[in-house]
Ligand binder design. Structure first.
Ligand code: ZN
Length: 282
C-alpha cells in the first residue's frame, strides 16, 4: 500500500521518496486530480488505486509538472484521464522519444533495471496549455501556472481555497536544487520562487524532500540569487567553464547530499554558467 499524508481538506501527498519524484492529489467535487506520475510504474498503479479508495472518487486528471523521467514514468495508468502539461513539456517529450527514449533504448532500460520497469510504457500528455490553466468542478478549483525555471515548461499547481502549492521540482525541500537541465534557467527560477511566495501558501509540497512552507522557499530563493551573483562575478572576472570544478567557493547550502550529487551539481554549475554568460553578453 502507498501511504498518503493528508495535507489539507482536499490535498494529499506521498513524499516518502519511493516514487522518486513525489506525487500528490487534489479532491474536487466529483473526481480527483493527480499530480505527477513518479518514476516506478508499479508503485504509481497502487498510488492511483489508493487515492480512489481514500476519496471514493475516480481520478479524471493527471497534471505533469515537467518532463523529467521521475515525474512521468507512471503515465500509462492515466490513459483514460486528461493528462495535462504545458506545451513546452510535450514538445520536449516528443523530442526525447525521437532522440533518446527510442523503443530500443526503453527495451534496454527494462533489461538493465529492476522488474519495477518491465511494464514501462512512455505515454504523452493529451492536453496542453501555455501560461495558465484552471480545472473546476462546482465550487472546487485549482490553477496550474507555468513559470519555467527548473526546466522550460515547468509549472506548479495552486489550490487557492486552501493556500496549498504543489511545486513539482520548482522546489527541492531541504536539498540543493538541481538546475542542470539543458533548459534550466536560474533567472526564471528566481521569478518562479517569487511568484509562488507571492501567493502566500501555508504549505508547499515539493518534488523532492519533506512537505514544507514558504520559509524553505525563501531560503532557496536567496540561495539561487547567490549562485547567479557568484557566476556573474566569475564570468566578469574572466572565469572559464573548465575552471568551475576548481572554484571551491561556489555557494552551497548545509544539506545532506543526495546520490550522484557531484555529477548533478557539476551540471547545475555549468548550466548556470551558460545562462549567465548569455545574459551578460546580450
Ligand atoms: Zn525535475
Amino acid at each position: 500500500m502507498v501511504k498518503f499524508e493528508q495535507i489539507s481538506d482536499s490535498v494529499w501527498a506521498h513524499t516518502e521518496g519511493d516514487t522518486f519524484g513525489h506525487v500528490a492529489f487534489v479532491k474536487l467535487e466529483k473526481s480527483i486530480v493527480f499530480i505527477d506520475s513518479g518514476y516506478f510504474p508499479k508503485i504509481i498503479k497502487q498510488a492511483k488505486e489508493e487515492a480512489e479508495e481514500i476519496t471514493n472518487l475516480p481520478v479524471r486528471y493527471l497534471i505533469i509538472t515537467h518532463h523529467h523521467a521521475d515525474h512521468i514514468f507512471g503515465n500509462q495508468f492515466f490513459e483514460d484521464c486528461e493528462i495535462i502539461s504545458t506545451k513546452d513539456t510535450v514538445d520536449f517529450l516528443e523530442n526525447l522519444i525521437k532522440t533518446r527514449w527510442t523503443d530500443e533504448y526503453i527495451e534496454n532500460f527494462k533489461k538493465e533495471n529492476s522488474e519495477e520497469f518491465d511494464i514501462l510504457k512512455i505515454i504523452l500528455p493529451n492536453k496542453t496549455f501555455e501560461g495558465e490553466f484552471e480545472i473546476k468542478e462546482g465550487d472546487k478549483y485549482l490553477k496550474i501556472i507555468q513559470t519555467d525555471g527548473h526546466t522550460k515548461g515547468s509549472c506548479f499547481v495552486y489550490v487557492p481555497d486552501e493556500s496549498i502549492i504543489i511545486a513539482g521540482d520548482l522546489l527541492f525541500s531541504e536539498e540543493i536544487p538541481y538546475f542542470g537541465d539543458t533548459t534550466a534557467d536560474p533567472y526564471l527560477w528566481v521569478e518562479a520562487y517569487q511568484t509562488m511566495i507571492g501567493l502566500s501558501p501555508v504549505k508547499i509540497i515539493p518534488g523532492h524532500g519533506p512537505v514544507t512552507d514558504v520559509k524553505q522557499m525563501e531560503l532557496q530563493l536567496k540561495y539561487l540569487k547567490q549562485c547567479i551573483k557568484w557566476m556573474e562575478k566569475f564570468i566578469r572576472s574572466g572565469g572559464k567553464k573548465e575552471d568551475l570544478d576548481h572554484a571551491k567557493d561556489f555557494p552551497m547550502l548545509d544539506y545532506e547530499l543526495y546520490d550522484n550529487f557531484d555529477t548533478l551539481f557539476k551540471m547545475s554549475k555549468e548550466r548556470t554558467f551558460d545562462v549567465v554568460k548569455e545574459r551578460i553578453t546580450n
